[in-house]
Design a protein around this ligand. Structure first.
Ligand SMILES: [Fe+2]
Ligand SMILES: [Fe+2]
Length: 278
């Protein structure tokens, strides 16, 4: 018998007030950069409103690596120097990082970043048009876990107890205790923040990729990256069993064994850099 109805849990989560910077900055940057005619000025204006992010972007653009140390004074100029994709990735990473860090979910942060990196590599190998977007989807895929943890910690404790006592996966335990999963919750958040379908479907269906209608390949990639990342020891918790890989998702990505081996090699290298990130 579930301890609270899915509708009750949804009501609790949708009082999103204290889910930090993610909604505004991320949804604005995602929607601006998805438009064909987006400009550095527009992105700059959004970032300028968040002083911490603005400082990070300026610091990076002024680093000796880009060849203009101490000479970039505006965020818009920094966006031109760094490129839209680097700024978009950095901003979203910083927001998700803050959100997970402030909730004490360091391991989920490492897992999310590992999935984002692996998804980016798989998307590039599979020839997707926008691998950057798949990176972002990877980074956001388990946000439902954060929302549940922040809004209903006592229910998450019951889920984790069920996982340990009966050796269930997180999704199985969530279904049993809550009659919903963190993936469903991530879908509510995506809707609430008006994120595009290209992010919403991978967030909602990363455990059931066959349900994706609009972006099945992106969803399949995030699913495979999630399973791969767990199998490589970068799961959201040490005790969590590796979830099974969907054969349809693997088929949809359409990579041969050599390409997979190359992706695993790149992922292993990327995972080593996670602790230096940010
Ligand atoms: Fe998940
Ligand atoms: Fe995950």
């Amino acid at each position: 018998m579930p301890v609270a109805s899915p509708a009750d849990i949804r009501r609790r989560i949708e009082k999103v007030g204290d889910l930090p910077t993610l909604p505004l900055v991320v949804s604005k940057i995602v929607s601006i950069s998805n438009r064909a005619n987006s400009s550095a000025e527009e992105i700059g204006q959004v970032i300028e409103k968040d002083q911490v992010l603005a400082a990070k972007v300026l610091k990076l653009a002024n680093s000796p690596y880009y060849g203009f140390p101490g000479r970039i004074g505006s965020v818009s100029h920094a966006v031109v120097i760094l490129g839209l994709n680097v700024v978009k990735r950095m901003t979203i990473c910083a927001s998700v990082f803050d959100m997970m860090k402030s909730s004490g979910m360091d391991q989920l942060w490492r897992h999310s970043l590992a999935v984002a990196m692996a998804a980016h590599t798989l998307a590039t190998r599979a020839g997707l048009l926008h691998p950057e977007e798949v990176f972002v989807a990877g980074l956001l895929h388990d946000l439902g876990e954060v929302a549940l943890y922040v809004k209903a910690p006592e229910l998450v404790m019951q889920v984790e107890r069920a996982m340990l006592e009966r050796d269930l996966s997180r999704v199985e335990a969530e279904q049993e205790v809550l009659s919903l999963s963190h993936a469903e919750v991530a879908g509510w958040l995506a809707e609430h923040w008006s994120l595009p379908t290209s992010l919403k479907e991978p967030m909602m269906y990363h455990h059931e990729p066959a349900l994706a209608r609009d972006v099945p390949r992106q969803t399949a990639i995030v699913h495979v990256a999630d399973v791969l990342t767990k199998a490589m020891g970068c799961g959201a918790s040490d005790t969590q069993p590796v979830t099974p890989l969907s054969p349809q998702a693997w088929k949809l990505i359409n990579l041969d064994d050599n390409a997979l081996a190359a992706c695993i090699e790149i992922a292993a290298r990327d995972f080593d850099t996670i602790d230096d990130f940010l």
